[in-house]
Every structure is written in structure tokens, then in C-alpha cells.
Design a protein around this ligand. Structure first.
Ligand code: UDP
Ligand code: MG
Length: 336
């Protein structure tokens, strides 16, 4: 192919590169230079056009200054600085929105993922997949606070989503651009992209990748993350099933409560008038009233949810983050 004869810098200028590697960065000053050197070296060996997008997620250390320097030295390196710390998922959304490549590759900026694995991911993608998800088979993180909860979460996600992977949380993945069309991310949801993609008809594969211990800087997460992941899982399952018709779920719960209320009422009347038990000595009457109230509540909640869903679909798209500054990015690249 023609690009292969161009010199590296010229190749990197290409407006629509083949590969977009994007990395969320939050206080990674000790890692960035080495990371960038390793990443660039690995990408150069692929002999494909590429861009590297660093999304600075409101770092409070010297990360942004280092990124500025890297971008000044190399036009193939782009930087998006978010206004504050929005979290890894929002930073990844920013990366996805600004990526111009045909293949999108997210990665952590702390050297726990190995850039050398990109070649293998691409090879697997070429076997006819739309998404190749990294699997940290030999994960180098803390056992009790990270690996055990993660293992349980992975099993649960696999069972509930019906998309069977070993490691949803691994950042290093490769996506064909089409597989990410329309994906919007909230909370900790970047790990669910392969699930969304599968639901949208993509072919997903998993590939074991190298995982290094963190040598510099600190991990930003602990046990509380698993809880967030659990709530996100409930949300996506709910969305996937009832997103366009929430009243089906709330209405069913409401009718169930009303039915219980009805039978409790019949029971209460039977005890009162046939067996002549006084009403205030009977839990059934209370049950009938509580269930009646809950049933009506559920139905109204469902109707409110229907309104919310319509507002969502019919109103303007709003990004989940605000950009402070863009470096080496033309305006036509994506979101304003
Ligand atoms: N990160 C981010 N915003 C945050 C937290 C983390 O952009 O609020 C980045 C971080 O710089 C790293 C990646 O997300 O590149 C993964 O974070 P970390 O290494 O702390 O997670 P772990 O590997 O411990 O799961
Ligand atoms: Mg890490």
C-alpha cells in the first residue's frame, strides 16, 4: 500500500489514519514519557497510519504539561484536556468521539497494558471480528480488593448479558469504527462496550494480553468500583430489555401489587364478615391497602419513565463531558 513508503511523520499527518489509539490520563506524569516511547515504537513497527489521542482527565500533576510537549514534538499525537476529572469512562467517550481512525484502540496510560499486544489484537481483528477484547489472564493487581471482586463481577456480567467474556474490565481492546457507532457511555460502562456491540450484531473475540504491575503512580480504584459496576449492570440489563417501553416492566409490577391487594381485600372481608374477626386484629387489611398504594405508584412511575424515555430520544444529544482544549485536532474531527 502507498502509505508504507511514506516517512513516519508524513504518515502520522494523515487526516483519517487506519488506527486511533486513545488513552485516558489521570495523574500519570511518571508514566507518560516511557509509555509514549513504547507505544510509538510498537505502532511504527505495524507500518500502518495512526494517531495517538491522550485524553487528560483533569490531572492535577504535571501530566498535561508532558502531553503538550509530546504533541508539540509529534503532530500524530493529539491531546484533549477535559475541564475537570470526569472519570475514565467519560475520558474514553471523549477519545472515541475524536478518533478518526478505522480501528479504535483504547488503552490505559499507566503501562499496565503492553503496546506490543496491539499487533496481536489487529491480527485477531483481521480474522473477521468487529471487536477483540483483551483478557488479562495473568492479572497483576491486588488480590482481595481487585481481582476477586472482578472475577465475581465478570461471571455475573457474563451470565446476565449473555455475552461471554472472561475479562470485561481490561482497557486494551480493538474495535472497528462501525462497532462503536451510537455507543454512549455512562458511569463505569466502558467495560460493557463489547456487550452493546454484540447486541448490535458485532462479532466479538477475546485474546489473552500481557498485564504488568503498576510501576509508577497510583491506581485510582478500590473495592467500591465493583459496586458501581453492579449497579451499571442492572441499568444496562434494564435498558436492554425495557429501554423503549419501561411501562411494560413498571406496569407489570403495578398489576402484581394490585392483584395481591385484591386477594388480601377478599381475605380481609371474609375474615370480617364470615368469621367475624375485628379488622384491627388483621394484617390482611393493611396488606391490601399497602399493596393497593404500591400498585398505583408503580403504574405512575412507569408512566413517568415513558415520558423520560421520550424526552431522551426526542431531545438534542448532549455529551457527557466538556472539552477545555484541543491540540492538533481540527474542528471537523467530531464534537464541537
Ligand atoms: N483514569 C482516568 N480518570 C480517572 C481514573 C483513571 O482517566 O478518574 C485513567 C488512568 O490514568 C489510567 C486508566 O484510567 O490510564 C486506568 O486507571 P487505573 O490504572 O487507576 O485503574 P486500574 O488499572 O487500577 O484498574
Ligand atoms: Mg492501571
Amino acid at each position: 500500500m502507498r502509505e508504507y513508503q511514506l516517512k513516519p511523520v508524513e504518515r502520522q499527518h494523515s487526516a483519517r489514519p487506519e488506527l486511533s489509539v486513545f488513552l485516558p490520563v489521570f495523574n500519570e506524569e511518571e508514566n507518560l514519557n516511557l509509555l509514549n516511547a513504547r507505544l510509538t515504537e510498537a505502532l511504527e513497527q505495524l507500518r500502518r497510519t495512526y494517531e495517538i489521542i491522550y485524553v487528560d482527565d483533569g490531572s492535577t500533576d504535571g501530566s498535561l504539561a508532558i502531553l503538550r510537549q509530546l504533541a508539540a514534538d509529534n503532530a500524530g499525537i493529539r491531546v484533549i484536556a477535559l475541564r475537570r476529572n470526569y472519570g475514565q469512562t467519560a475520558a474514553m467517550s471523549a477519545g472515541i468521539d475524536h478518533a478518526r481512525g478505522q480501528i479504535l484502540i483504547p488503552m490505559d496510560a499507566d503501562l499496565q497494558n503492553d503496546p506490543v499486544d496491539i499487533a496481536r489484537l489487529l491480527k485477531k481483528l483481521n480474522e473477521g471480528y468487529d471487536v477483540v477484547s483483551g483478557w488479562r489472564k495473568d492479572r497483576k493487581d491486588k488480590m482481595i480488593t481487585r481481582r476477586v471482586p472482578s472475577m465475581l463481577a465478570n461471571r455475573l456480567i457474563s451470565a446476565i448479558s449473555g455475552v461471554h467474556l472472561h475479562d470485561y474490565g481490561c482497557s486494551l481492546k480493538a474495535y472497528r469504527r462501525e462497532a462503536l457507532a451510537d455507543v454512549r457511555l455512562y458511569g463505569e460502562m466502558h467495560r460493557f462496550i463489547p456487550i452493546y456491540a454484540t447486541w448490535a450484531g458485532a462479532k466479538v473475540a477475546e485474546l489473552p494480553v500481557t498485564h504488568h504491575p503498576r510501576h509508577a503512580g497510583k491506581s485510582k480504584y478500590g473495592l467500591s468500583r465493583s459496586l458501581k459496576v453492579l449497579f451499571d449492570l442492572i441499568t444496562i440489563k434494564f435498558m436492554a430489555t425495557y429501554w423503549t417501553k419501561p411501562l411494560y416492566l413498571f406496569g407489570a409490577a403495578g398489576l402484581l401489587c394490585l392483584a395481591i391487594s385484591f386477594f388480601a381485600l377478599v381475605g380481609a372481608l371474609y375474615y370480617r364478615f364470615v368469621l367475624d374477626v375485628h379488622l384491627n386484629r388483621m394484617p390482611l387489611a393493611t396488606l391490601a391497602m399497602v399493596m393497593f398504594g404500591m400498585g398505583i405508584q408503580f403504574i405512575f412511575m412507569g408512566l413517568i419513565a415513558e415520558m423520560v424515555v421520550r424526552t431522551y430520544h426526542e431531545s438534542q444529544d448532549k455529551p457527557t463531558y466538556l472539552v477545555r482544549e484541543k491540540i492538533n485536532l481540527e474542528d471537523d474531527a467530531g464534537e464541537p
